[in-house]
Write a protein that binds this ligand. Structure first.
Ligand SMILES: C[S@@+](CC[C@H](N)C(=O)[O-])C[C@H]1O[C@@H](n2cnc3c(N)ncnc32)[C@H](O)[C@@H]1O
Length: 182
């Protein structure tokens, strides 16, 4: 009897994990969290400054926003489509004591506005990025920093790329180069 209960629990956990990891791929990107090391590298790479507002498009377990708030003094907004990860990340934000700095929204990244963003952090697939750009360029602040991890934005030239070609930083210089992307 005990072994049946354990088997059911293990199977349930595996199914839940599969839904959380693979399910979101249908909406934009599967779940594959950035490593702690690369996350700090990314925030250093874009010279994140205290008080800046970072948006994480597909915020997963909330780690980007929690580290950004705790270690870099940023404000953060996360958009996450998966209700389980959205709830889990809210709980993690509360445990980390940064709920005054971080907001989590359970929604699709394609239905949000990013006018307030100083930094856009994007770890999504090329298909999802192609759906966002160039459409969202028009609403972004002139001095926004767009930081892509692992996947770059097609049709735009990054201002900075790291040596391992995993980090791509774009600035818009609106009024000059942005017109090329309309
Ligand atoms: C590669 S993971 C990155 C997670 C987090 N940003 C990080 O770096 O650890 C992509 C995340 O985007 C979420 N996602 C996929 N499609 C989405 C959509 N249309 N709207 C909002 N979130 C989405 C997935 O559930 C997943 O948590």
């Amino acid at each position: 009897m005990t072994s049946i209960v354990i088997s059911i629990l293990v199977l349930g956990a595996v199914l839940l994990l599969a839904v959380m990891v693979i399910g979101p791929a249908l909406f934009g990107s599967p779940w594959h969290p950035i490593s702690r090391r690369d996350l700090r590298r990314a925030l250093d790479f874009c010279k994140a400054q205290p008080g800046e507002h970072i948006f994480d498009l597909g915020s997963g377990d909330g780690r980007v926003l929690i580290t950004a708030a705790k270690e870099y003094g940023l404000r953060g907004t996360g958009i996450e489509i998966d209700p389980l990860k959205a709830a889990w990340s809210r709980w993690r934000v509360r445990c980390a004591g940064v709920q005054d700095k971080v907001t989590l929204v359970r929604a699709s990244i394609f239905e949000q506005e990013y006018r307030e963003a100083d930094i856009l952090f994007i770890y999504l697939t090329h298909q999802a990025i192609d759906k966002l750009f160039p459409a969202i360029l028009e609403q972004l602040k002139p001095n926004v920093k767009i930081l892509c991890y692992r996947f770059c934005i097609q049709g735009m030239t990054p201002d900075k790329v790291d040596s391992g070609k995993t980090l791509f930083l774009y600035t818009l210089n609106k009024g000059t180069r942005v017109d090329q992307f309309r």
